[in-house]
Write a protein that binds this ligand. Structure first.
Ligand SMILES: [Zn+2]
Length: 181
């Protein structure tokens, strides 16, 4: 991937409760072509700038099955672009990891999910790809693919925990908008 991709102009990130975050995104079609390449580049810029390790198209207002992520721990970026990603296998073994979301900034909670997943997707050039993931990548893939189905990480929490977290988020947003006046 060329580094110019990450110099693309950033996009505004939508926060909860934007309705598109709750909608099912449509598959990317061949006809979407160059628009998707451009969108992926802008999503990567947006993700790095935030900063975050994953971003799904609905989070920037595009109802398309497109995800970008980079879970590299080193300084060298290792961006991944996944077109129409699909979880085709998940381990019965589960793992708990703390998650946050660029659409719910400042909020974190432990989420339990399958520890390992196999994901099929298309690269931007249309080639078929498959990745077997564990650890942080497994969590990130599941979190981002959830976004394509209108699912937020908070949906994996108990109703009590979920309501507390969302209330806290809305309260913090209210305070922020007041400070901005
Ligand atoms: Zn998220």
């Amino acid at each position: 991937m060329n580094t110019a991709m990450t110099d693309a102009p950033i996009l505004p990130i939508l926060f909860h409760p934007a309705p598109i975050l709750r909608a099912k995104a449509r598959p990317v079609a061949e006809a979407d072509g160059a628009r998707v390449t451009e969108l992926a580049a802008r999503m990567l810029s947006t993700m790095y700038k935030a900063p975050g390790i994953g971003l799904a198209a609905p989070q920037v207002g595009e109802g398309l099955r497109l995800v970008v992520l980079d879970v590299a721990k080193e300084e060298t970026p290792a961006p991944m672009v996944l077109v129409n990603p699909e979880i085709v296998a998940a381990s019965t073994e589960r793992a708990i990891r703390e998650e946050g979301c660029l659409s719910l900034p400042g909020q974190y909670a432990d989420v339990e999910r399958p520890a390992r997943v196999k994901v099929r997707y298309r690269a931007l050039d249309g080639s078929r790809q498959e990745v077997e993931a564990d650890d942080l990548l497994a969590t990130c893939l599941q979190h981002e693919i959830d976004h394509l189905d209108g699912v937020m990480f908070t949906d994996h929490l108990s109703p009590l925990k979920r309501n507390m977290l969302i209330k806290k988020f809305l309260k913090e947003q209210k305070l922020k908008s007041r400070e901005a006046m």
